[in-house]
Write a protein that binds this ligand. Sequence first.
Ligand code: WTA
Length: 658
Amino acid sequence: MSSAGQSGTESATAEHPKAYPPPEEFAASAVATADLYDEADADRLAFWAKQARALQWDTDFTDTLDWSNAPFAKWFVGGKLNVAANCLDRHVEAGNGDRVAIHWVGEPGDTRDLTYAQLLAEVSKAANYIGELGLTAGDRVAIYMPMVPEAIVAILACARLGLPHSVVFAGFSAAALRSRVDDAEAKLVITTDGQFRRGKPAPLKSAVDEALGTGEDAAKSVEHVLVVKRTDHDPDLNWVQGRDLWWHETVGQASDQHSYTAFDAEHPLFLLYTSGTTGKPKGILHTSGGYLTQIAYTFKNVFDHRPETDVFWCGADIGWVTGHSYLVYGPLSNGATEIVYEGTPNSPNEHRHFEIIEKYKVTTYYVAPTLIRTFMKWGREIPDAHDLTSLRLLGSVGEPINPEAWRWYRTVIGADRCPIVDTWWQTETGAMMISPLPGVTHAKPGSAMRPLPGISAKIVDDDANPVAPGEQGYLVLDQPWPSMLRGVWGDDDRFRDTYWSRFAAQGWYFAGDGARYDEDGALWVLGRIDDVMNVSGHRISTSEVESALVGHSGVAEAAVIGAADETTGQGIVAFVILRSGVEDRGDELIDELKAHVSKDISPIAKPREIIVVPELPKTRSGKIMRRLLKDVAEGRELGDTSTLVDPTVFENIRRRNG
Ligand code: WTA
């Protein structure tokens, strides 16, 4: 379970009320009102059909849901739409072409604004050129880019052409990119020459070159690499003739007029790889109509969105699902004006986010708890130095938010005036599932509160019985929802096994999270119950890091756990056994191993701590006792060691840990 430390059991005081009602003024004019729950309860499918019809369909659907081939859902059967047209053309046609879609802020401080009309023109150019390359609907495109406007243009151009995109976080390694390109058999890779980090250019295309290989070893599916010039830092940039193409020389020259085709509601929109309990990331598949319906609906209602006056900012990277859903499709399908920021919160200094909020008069701010805890550490004088009065709503996503961070967020960033929406969802759910409605819910700090209208969830024990309030159980989704994943790319068995086998008899989706209801019926998500860690809101599997470690020539065996971390929620702690004959070179070796994981997977997977041990605690059946390793890493008294083959291994581990 996550250790972010929410209690939900603490008693209320005047200073710390148990729940925070929405401000009266906010509630009085809120987009979402309490009757949404009643409407959805009365007829769930009719409710979703109504939400879907808020989109623009070229052909109306005939059936809301076909669940006859569960767990393979079909939503909005027979309907046809174009996702990109819903995000762009629709708003331009409605006379909002001059509205700013994106206020982009580059890492070094350069800026660019794109109106809806301009964004449509850019996407049309890209669609025209990518179409000329010979890709046809259904072909996959890998996008490996920093947060530049062209990344969003590329995503929407793929959507417009019916090419499922697979965005790979630009912080991932060449090896991670390669495995994703191969698994999806991507025909095209879109990237940039480099990306800025702390004002300095760092190479990116070189990672694509390394990933795609040459000769015998070349990635077979890839025909072209389209390169956006971002940093222009390398006069000798490696260039593969015939394969590599400059974006500005190709897309840049294409026509800005493009007429779209409508695709089936179930046409694949994107794949997004996410960590599972085994080493190999799975390609989560999302389709068009259902995904866009729930994204547009949740964006509008949970963020109380007013397209004419709001300025929305989601701090996630496009490499994660939050970036897909609430940086690309949610805001743009709603005709929102949003911030897209390329850099980290502390480049060039810790004021960056607050300067952006102040400059662009951001109204709605959506980030992960880990960032809020980082802000807390930096101190309130930083936000206090800025005018944040434009803010009217705050959101949290990605991991449980501890009540202390929640209150700080509300008081320091939100001036005790802004409701907070703590939104629980997953890559697999596609859109928000459990969250307060900001004008309705009396939110409790640390609780995601209750399923959104149209969504149904339960907390159950091993035998599928609902647990009593206060008791911990498994979080399950007992009804299909429009933006649900439609499968794991190329692996139906894994799809069934991972999500649908735990409660197969009931036909429920198993989320992999533990949760409980409190005595007032508020839902508390407690964190993963499987071997998936949550580090700064990023999902990383223990086995992925373990296999990277044993991939180092000096390591014989590795066990990885997520240990409680004040800032990042969990921190990665690895216990390694060296191969015989390998000398323990102390810190030098540890640094080398950390760098190895960082290169093999990504800097986000770099262990916080690596402890060299002579043995690992194992049960008689050979299973590593992770629970005990967690006790060690978190400095606790050891739990029950009676099932260990050799209880004395701990003396050694403890000694090493100092
Ligand atoms: C966790 C991110 C508590 C949870 C959108 C889930 C949360 C995993 C919350 C999915 C929240 C996400 N409260 N836990 N509000 N939001 N989680 O796929 O463990 O990157 O299963 O999607 O993050 O992570 P993913």
